[in-house]
Design a protein around this ligand. Structure first.
Ligand SMILES: CC(C)(COP(=O)(O)OP(=O)(O)OC[C@H]1O[C@@H](n2cnc3c(N)ncnc32)[C@H](O)[C@@H]1OP(=O)(O)O)[C@@H](O)C(=O)NCCC(=O)NCCS
Length: 157
């Protein structure tokens, strides 16, 4: 059984540093940030979003812990008011590569659902890129429905 536990400060520090780097790289690749200064900009966004780090009110940053007590992944979520109503919004969910396809993410999603019920939310919402087929299959299997789809047809130039 996968448990969700508060993330330790040491794991948070490692996670945040990696996440800031990945976010900066994604923004540069997407053309939103110039390469120069991208790390500082990314760090600035995370500082604004999580001003008190792990203890930022309203943000739940949990480790997924397996039966042997190993931290195998994490999930980060908040409660937000969206047009559909009050929801738990998952900012990020990931399982370390060596622990994938063992049901950890599916079990974590069920616990986030329980949190949503306990907090009077109408559902759980998240964003996923179209190319992330593994994650999309996970969400489809867990009963999530698509609410917005942005489509692109490439043309020859
Ligand atoms: C997406 C992710 C969180 C799934 O974690 P996981 O613990 O491996 O997922 P589970 O074992 O709970 O998978 C449950 C079901 O989802 C589907 N699924 C999960 N990963 C899949 C993949 N890579 N390809 C196809 N189906 C997949 C399967 O139906 C799977 O059931 P099965 O293993 O019995 O076939 C993990 O691959 C990951 O960390 N990816 C990188 C980060 C990421 O993309 N996060 C999502 C951001 S929106």
């Amino acid at each position: 059984m996968t448990r969700l536990e508060p993330m330790t400060q040491a794991r948070y520090d490692t996670w945040l540093a990696a996440t800031i780097r990945e976010y900066a790289a994604e923004k540069v690749a997407a053309g939103n940030y110039a390469e120069e200064g991208s790390l500082e900009r990314s760090k600035g966004e995370f500082d604004a979003l999580l001003p008190q780090g792990l203890h930022t009110p309203g943000h739940e940053i949990r480790s997924m812990v397996d039966d042997d007590g190993r931290a195998v992944g994490y999930v980060w979520f908040t409660i937000e008011d969206r047009p559909q109503g009050r929801v738990v919004f998952i900012y990020d969910i990931a399982v370390d590569p060596e622990y994938r396809r063992r049901g950890h993410a599916q079990a974590a999603l069920l616990q986030v659902e329980a949190y949503a019920r306990e907090h009077g939310c109408m559902g759980v919402m998240l964003h996923v890129f179209g190319h992330n087929t593994g994650a999309r299959q996970l969400y489809a299997k867990a009963g999530y429905e698509e609410t917005n789809v942005i489509m692109l047809k490439r043309v020859d130039r």
